[in-house]
Write a protein that binds this ligand. Structure first.
Ligand code: 13P
Length: 240
């Protein structure tokens, strides 16, 4: 049975002292976790060291929000798989729509980043998803098919995570219906494998997550806004 994977994407939020506060508060709660679940957060680069050291236990995954396709060298501002690995970071989000939009990342960049991550023992969380315009034009599957095929080229499909995040649902409060999320995740599965973990992301809340996770091809969620506060984050990962 595939595991569920719930990751909070903090985006550009929280200073190191706020990270410590989050974990201090988290450690004071008594939590009954969902079973068979991978859970954690993706922190900004400058917070990763603190997050790894402040997390409550080794099962709490700390992910980066990006990774360089290079291992070292003259790449100002980038962070390498070797650096992440040594810090204890085992996951890396690649190709988030915000990076595709603001940093012009292409599917081939994303594939190269995911490859470097995997070769160095870091699980890439590869983000795909159509824009509102593409959704309204009825070409969501064509767009996502192209993204998935190019991003997962030559990767071991049993070792990656794919996050299906329709851009129109990110930060808008407009979540996809459970049926639509299921249909798209099932479609992505048909392009990948039975072992690939496929998350849905886009305005997921503690109220919407259970029904989403009940969908047979939705293996988890990548959650932005609702992962920032401790109580809200806990209601995403705890057993109901
Ligand atoms: P929201 O949950 O805030 O819509 O963000 C989704 C997202 O982009 C996670 O990567």
């Amino acid at each position: 049975m595939r595991k569920k994977i719930i990751i909070g994407n903090w985006k550009m939020n929280k200073t190191p002292s706020e990270v410590k506060k989050f974990f201090d508060e988290f450690k004071n709660k008594k939590i009954e976790f969902r079973s068979n679940m991978i859970y954690g957060i993706a922190a900004p680069s400058c917070d990763l060291y603190y997050a790894v050291n402040e997390r409550p236990n080794d099962n709490f995954v700390i992910s980066s929000q990006d990774i360089s396709k290079h291992l070292s060298g003259a790449y100002t501002g980038e962070i390498s798989a070797l650096m992440l690995k040594e810090m204890g970071v085992n996951y890396a989000i690649v190709g988030h729509s915000e990076r595709r939009t603001y940093h012009k990342e292409t599917d081939s960049d994303i594939n190269a980043k995911a490859k470097t991550a995997l070769e160095n023992g870091i699980v890439p969380i590869i983000c795909v998803g159509e824009t509102l315009q593409e959704y309204e034009s009825g070409i969501s599957k064509q767009v996502v098919e192209k993204q998935v095929k190019e991003c997962v080229k030559d990767l071991d499909l049993s070792k990656i995570v794919i996050a299906y995040e329709p851009v129109w649902a990110i930060g808008t409060g407009k979540t996809a219906t459970n049926d639509y999320a299921q249909e798209m995740c099932k479609f992505i599965r048909s392009l990948t494998s039975n072992e690939t973990l496929i998350q849905y992301g886009g305005s997921v809340t503690p109220e919407s997550i259970d029904e989403l996770l009940n969908q047979p091809d939705v293996d988890g969620a990548l959650v932005g806004g609702a992962s920032l506060k401790v109580d809200s984050f806990i209601s995403l990962i705890e057993k109901k």
